[in-house]
Ligand binder design. Structure first.
Ligand code: NAD
Length: 463
């Protein structure tokens, strides 16, 4: 039975830590003998294939004892390094698409997150994404609704003593399991909760838009610097494989010099009472909420900063949704290399989230480009008499898990995040210039920045 104990020990990672030997026997089926389990454990360690003993039998439905099916564990490489995946025996031809075996870290080695604000993004995307993350785990919640928080805590295994009200927010300081505070609140609350979170000694992952003004963004950066804590803005698109690939194609000039980009992010909103339609809470309308994706992604693709913007803003008169915030923002941006971008964002038309990058010899498109799932690439270029239109399909990854794992890695390895606070501040500067241009009806110039990727940290290796 010692072998069984060893096997249970080896299984930690795929079986909950608290599994008892007795529970395991129940799960595994009482017909499996400890000898077989022992030989399986031995095979996984040594990487040798094993076969079962022909002496095993089980009781069939008619009561007869029949020999168990022949089973085998093929050879597998099991690296000691927790960040390297188990390598299974290959069976597909090299002509087939490669698959990834994830290498999730054991729970006790992951970075612990407190999620602040249990709204749509947290419940629909972020909390489920922890299930696909490799380096991050949820360990605390902050909410104004004890009833909702209790249910969420049960769903995701968060301890009752790690659930906080907004009044108790600063007590996160004493929770050693929490390394990161992820702020998923209305935009006007990002600055306060970032500053207080940094003062509580925690690293901060803040949802986009970073805040409602340049001053707020700067105060957030200063507070995190003062507290020697990391600050990252949750720009998931910069970690998404299709968008990363387009950036690479742009930078490699795959279709020659890029000259023009068009981008659109639209969705139809319904509730005039929602914070997104109240200027003091949202900071603006379609632009900071969804138009920001066009702005931030174009800056990311080019690695450049615009030197001029020219904008037009419109809201349907009498529409209660747009009493305080804009329905449409349409704007152009001019970049130092000569690229022009034309962008539009709308809160009153059906969903469309796409962009197209035009080079001298071809174009590259994502449609949808900014969705949570199902991002689709299309490219087109001419080869003789053929117009070659292609739709490369990349392996989909959970964008939120990838983004959180990047921040966790930055904390574990003491690296600067790829999208630090400075990246959010630069978007805020440009958005303020866009509003100014729309108000004045003329172009607004921005300081020329000659270096590339000026506001970003080192590019993460993995998307
Ligand atoms: P939501 O309205 O669904 O949730 C907001 C949460 O904040 C709710 O739980 C609400 O109870 C809480 N809250 C606390 N104080 C509040 C107040 N004074 N008024 C209103 N709510 C208050 O919003 P959401 O869609 O989850 O957005 C939250 C943040 O996440 C926003 O900054 C938004 O821009 C961002 N977001 C990012 C993405 C992305 O893809 N990265 C997607 C959606 C939202």
């Amino acid at each position: 039975m010692k072998q069984l104990d060893q096997f249970i020990e080896w299984m930690h990672g795929s079986v909950p830590q608290e599994v008892s030997r007795q529970q395991f026997l129940q799960w595994a089926g009482r017909g499996i003998t400890a000898g077989v389990v022992g030989s399986l454990a031995a095979s996984c360690r040594t990487g040798q294939p094993t076969n079962n003993s022909p002496s095993i039998t089980y009781t069939a439905s008619d009561g007869t004892r029949v020999p168990s099916s022949s089973w085998q564990t093929p050879p597998a490489k099991v690296p000691d390094n927790p960040e390297q995946p188990i390598q299974l025996e290959e069976w597909k031809a090299k002509t087939e698409k490669e698959t990834d075996t994830p290498a999730p870290l054991p729970n006790d080695q992951r970075v612990g997150y407190a999620i602040v604000g249990l709204g749509h993004l947290s419940l629909d995307e972020l909390l489920p994404a922890f299930g696909e993350s490799k380096k991050s785990k949820v360990v605390a919640l902050v909410s104004g609704s004890p009833e909702k928080m209790r249910k969420v805590a049960q769903q995701y295994g968060v301890k009752p003593e790690s659930c906080y009200s907004y009044q108790d927010y600063d007590k996160l300081k004493d929770n050693k399991e929490v390394q990161v505070i992820y702020i998923v609140l209305p935009n006007s609350m990002h600055a306060e909760y970032t500053i207080r979170g940094a003062q509580a000694g925690k690293h901060i992952l803040c949802e986009k838009p970073m805040a409602n003004s340049v001053q707020e963004c700067q105060a957030m950066i200063d507070a995190c610097k003062k507290a020697d804590r990391k600050l990252m803005v949750a720009y998931r698109i910069q970690y998404e494989p299709n968008n990363r690939m387009i950036r690479q194609m742009v930078q490699d000039q795959q279709y020659g010099t890029v000259k023009f980009i068009e981008a659109v992010n639209n969705q139809n909103s319904a509730n005039p009472q929602h914070w997104r339609h109240i200027k003091a809470l949202a900071g603006g309308g379609a632009l900071p909420d969804i138009g920001l994706y066009c702005l931030n992604t174009i800056r990311y693709l080019l690695g450049e900063e615009p030197t001029e913007v020219f904008a037009y803003q419109y809201s349907t008169p009498g529409d209660p949704r747009f009493r305080e915030v804009e329905e449409l923002m349409s704007w152009q941006m001019k970049f130092p290399s000569g690229v022009y971008a034309s962008c539009a964002t709308h809160y009153g038309v059906h969903e469309a989230r796409r962009y197209r990058v035009y080079g001298e010899r071809g174009w590259m498109e994502l449609s949808p480009a900014f969705a949570y799932k199902g991002i689709q690439m299309q490219t087109s270029h001419a080869e003789g008499k053929i117009e070659r239109v292609e739709q490369p399909k990349l392996t989909e990854k959970n964008q939120f898990a990838t983004e959180m794992d990047h921040f966790s890695e930055c904390i574990m390895q003491n690296k600067q995040p790829f999208t630090p606070g400075e990246e959010g501040l630069q978007d805020q500067r440009i958005m303020e210039a866009i509003y100014q241009s729309a108000k004045e009806g003329k172009p607004v110039k921005l300081p020329e920045i000659k270096t590339k990727d000026t506001f970003r940290g080192p590019m993460p290796k993995e998307a």
